[in-house]
Design a protein around this ligand. Sequence first.
Ligand SMILES: Cc1ncc(COP(=O)(O)O)c(C=O)c1O
Length: 379
Amino acid sequence: MMMSEKRIFLSSPTMHDGELKFIHEAFDTNWVAPLGKNVDGFEEDMQKYLGGGIYAAALSAGTAAIHLALILSGVKHGDIVLGPSLTFAATVNPITYLGAVPVLLDSERESWNMDPEALRKAFEKYPQTKAVIAANLYGTPAKLKELREICREHQTAFIEDAAESLGALYDGEQTGRFGDIGILSFNGNKIITTSGGGMLVSKDEAVVKKTRFLATQAREPARHYEHKEIGFNYRMSNIVAGIGRGQMQYLDEHVRLKKELRKQYAEAFADIPEISLNPYLPESEPNMWLTCMLLSGDSPVKPLDIMVALEKENIETRPIWKPMHLQPVYAGNDFIQIVEGMSVSEDIFNRGLCLPSDIKNTKEDMDRIIGIIRGLFGK
Ligand SMILES: Cc1ncc(COP(=O)(O)O)c(C=O)c1O
């Protein structure tokens, strides 16, 4: 059988005309590097978008933002940091960059994110915990207020990994605002992209100023090069930030289109009881970055069957993130769960699948994807 020529991606960059204007401006004024008007402008745009009282520092990656967030939370060698198991490795890897120790927590079933009960249990076991990082998986907000409240009770820094959730709301408020520090990512598959990049955001202006300082090699204000702290080369370039400024103009449009895709999937699978979509909390409004499906335990069709059938047609899907506590690299780390038997995160990994969620998908593309999946269920 001939493979269809046009590949349908999971979530590829969607570029517009606006981005080039900012890049040209940087070239024309020779502000290609290091910082410049686009970096300032991108930070200002994001501050406005996230709402009052937020400060933002543009960085080279979301991972860099997490690294600095941990440093600014006082995390040092040997400290315990609590993080989610069900996430991309970049949520927890920076903990190990610092020689600190990640303790991995199971998910709840209502949003697939860090379970507040597991967080309570972890604090009992590790009262010396230095920081907590929670993610909003696939653009779906976690139980952010509850998680934040538990961290406050224990006077522990709370970092919100909003890499996947820019544009999502919890209780009507933008995600990224709930942690003492929030982080964003603009890598290629995110809801907006700068080709690669990230941001650290906080309501504490001093934290954001310190971020900019650490991200530019911790150079002290002196005529010569003076260093009292170890710094990093983590700042975003003025060219990259130009892409970000352009993309910001389309963020709401991207969120709207992501929600549209989710709606099409929900309607298409409404008569297949074995399929449910990634759930979200009633007080939240996800950005629907990726629509994921969860198959019932007795479904005759397994995630791999769907993956293989779509791959044959040149359509990209992706397994759910393999939980960190099941990764060889974290085999020696503690994992905390509430349920007996198989953890929630492992169960979601086994039964879930990320569906093509590219906002450039046409009606025909969606009909093809949906048709193939429905066919597997004999519909
Ligand atoms: C949940 C999560 N955290 C962190 C990151 C890291 O962001 P970046 O790729 O910009 O370093 C990503 C995305 O890659 C992510 O999905």
